[in-house]
Design a protein around this ligand. Sequence first.
Ligand SMILES: [Zn+2]
Length: 128
Amino acid sequence: MTGQAANERDEPFTFVIDLHGVLRLAPRRSEHVACAGGDPVLSAGEITFSHEGGRWSVREIGNQSTGYCPAVTSWPAVAIALDHAGIPHPGAFTHPITFRHCPRCASSSIVKDDHFVCPTCDTPLPST
Ligand SMILES: [Zn+2]
């Protein structure tokens, strides 16, 4: 992190797709659940925009939300919301994240590098 030197526009935003299919954005450090007003969502994650040639487009997008643990398969709801907002996008999550709920301690965690082990209690996680 380069702190205040970084252009605020280059910072990722927190996003959610609400149940009406509307894209909602909030500053990155916002809780997804607060961004959604506590409601269920169709998808959630982090999004970075680029601004070139006078128009905005999605540069990077991922489903990283430990509040909602959205499935990678929630992408179509994101694509529809971006299409409605007229924002070009990459056509898929650029940073897809796999979440698993631990069968033993019930914590949710992010699976990295196909390492299906709970970081909290070391219990193997289901691979599907
Ligand atoms: Zn566990």
